[in-house]
Write a protein that binds this ligand. Structure first.
Ligand code: GLN
Length: 286
């Protein structure tokens, strides 16, 4: 070993054995090894099995620098999904960018309940309002190839991202630009309307923590008490629902009773809330 080693710039490194990278990621992540490997996979364009098989290989300096740049973003708190550009949802890989919310496992509850609602309806018409990455709409379209799925959003940038996902995953989805029901004005009514709207209250400290800080605020909060968009969706649904159709919405902890009341006031007879994987009522519908 050279005594002057500290001054010499390293020309090579080993991806799987670098304690430095683990130390950097350790404070942020419960899975620092996985995150480190994901960053290397992104830099090298290889799979995890390659990394495991090549753990003693030496890497060129430009790759190390590329890794360090990604790692610095992660250490600054940026979500992994934005750095690597993908997130899995309902078994499909969705492309994500900072213009859209990162799909959450919780939202799979909404998709699963939505699929139950239309299981006996042939070729159902389904609307997903505020579609973001398209995770919900595309997953529904893939699970029900006979369905006509319409996805709306108020942002063209967001619709472009959702369109990319629909194209890549072959979900047949019709996209409409506009705010809530304005986006589908004049369309035939639907058998099912779903939405994961912004429902976090603007003063909720959650907005200032972790990954959420990097996500589009417009997708997270209504700028008020968190119930404004849920109310708009419930109150405007009537003309867009076929007889016997369902409306299902994701919402936050502690909002189920509020959403149930909104639905009853709007004339929905059978109102029900469903629990997420943590046993919390997070999806309510009528
Ligand atoms: N579930 C998300 C969160 O808690 C919020 C999603 C939303 O507002 N629609 O970060």
């Amino acid at each position: 070993m050279s005594l002057s080693g500290e001054q010499a710039a390293p020309q090579t490194a080993t991806p799987a054995d670098s304690p430095r990278t683990l130390r950097a990621l350790q404070p942020l992540s419960p899975l620092p090894r996985l995150e480190r490997d994901m960053l290397w996979m992104q830099v090298l364009g290889v799979g995890r099995s390659w990394l495991i098989a090549h753990d003693t290989d030496e890497l060129p300096l430009d790759k190390i620098q590329a890794y360090q740049a990604l790692e610095a973003r992660r250490v600054a708190g940026e979500p992994m999904a934005y750095i690597v550009g993908v997130r899995e949802f309902m078994g499909h890989e969705f492309l994500v960018s900072p213009s859209v919310l990162i799909p959450r496992p919780d939202t799979e509850t909404l998709v699963e309940r939505a699929l139950e609602r239309v299981q006996n309806i042939p070729s159902p018409r389904i609307l997903d309002m505020g579609c973001g990455s398209g995770a919900i709409a595309v997953s529904l379209a893939l699970a029900r190839p006979d369905a006509h799925v319409v996805a709306s959003d108020i942002s063209t940038l967001v619709l472009a991202q959702a369109g990319l996902n629909a194209q890549r995953l072959c979900g047949k989805v019709e996209f409409c630009l506009g705010s809530w029901y304005d986006a589908v004005a004049g369309q035939e009514p639907f058998d099912l309307i779903v939405s994961n709207p912004p429902y976090i209250a603007v003063d909720d400290e959650h907005l200032g923590q972790g990954d959420v800080r990097f996500e589009p605020r417009q997708a997270l909060t209504d700028g008020s008490d968190g119930l404004t968009d849920l109310r708009t969706i419930v109150q405007g649904a009537g003309p867009y629902l076929r007889p016997g159709a369902s409306l299902l919405m994701e919402h936050g902890w502690g909002q189920a009773d509020h959403v149930q009341n909104m639905l009853r006031q709007a004339g929905f007879k059978q109102v029900i809330s469903y629990e997420d994987l943590a046993g919390i009522r997070r999806v309510t519908g009528g």
